[in-house]
Design a protein around this ligand. Sequence first.
Ligand SMILES: O=P(O)(O)OC[C@H]1O[C@H](OP(=O)(O)OP(=O)(O)O)[C@H](O)[C@@H]1O
Ligand SMILES: O=C(O)c1cc(=O)[nH]c(=O)[nH]1
Length: 222
Amino acid sequence: MQDHRRRFLDLALRADALRFGEFTLKSGRSSPYFFNAGRFDSGASLAGLASCYADAIDSARADGSLGEFDGLFGPAYKGIPLATALACEYSRRGHDLPVTFNRKEAKAHGEGGSLIGAPLEGRRVLIVDDVITAGTAIREALQIIGDAGGIVSGIVIALDRQEAVDPSISRRSAAQTVATEHALPVVAVASLDDLLTMAAGSAALVDQHARLLAYREAYGSR
Ligand SMILES: O=P(O)(O)OC[C@H]1O[C@H](OP(=O)(O)OP(=O)(O)O)[C@H](O)[C@@H]1O
Ligand SMILES: O=C(O)c1cc(=O)[nH]c(=O)[nH]1
């Protein structure tokens, strides 16, 4: 497993951002695990997470699967601190990147509108979000960026849950579907497969392994 994948999963487990139990997802599906990026709630933990994103992006740039971009877009809400932390990480690495994010509800006073940060018009942006399940949040972000005249170069997420939206119709994951429909690269720092690999080799996660496997059997991509 690539170093940034393992590092990210270790950080997420230590921050309690990856939890096991019973959770209802945005799609309504019930899941035995949940990634809560909100638990990366300090400067140091966000910096550690941002370095995993940057390593995943740099690796995709190096192998040619991700093209050039000159800005970052973080969808509200959890994408906002993630894109911001990643911009700080890239600045530390010598690349100053503009960052933009949206409000879920448009502001009617002051500067108004629903976009904050660098203008998107004509800019090639990378969408930075926490997790993809059904792809609803990413589709919304694509629409917002397109409406503002931006050009999406790709999508980076911390965790690809590798789930089919409706397994009775297709076993393609939401990430694969978005990638094909929009001809865009989707880069994941880690995936459910990586979590399963880690769980299989960890005494602390051994109880979760069977439940995760059963969940992937029911809803996972193939
Ligand atoms: O692929 P999907 O099925 O869309 O699910 C994943 C999305 O769900 C969550 O967003 P949510 O809108 O719940 O919001 P938050 O960032 O405001 O917590 C999560 O942060 C992802 O963006
Ligand atoms: O599908 C979701 O809503 C979802 C899954 C997950 O693991 N984390 C999250 O924030 N949302």
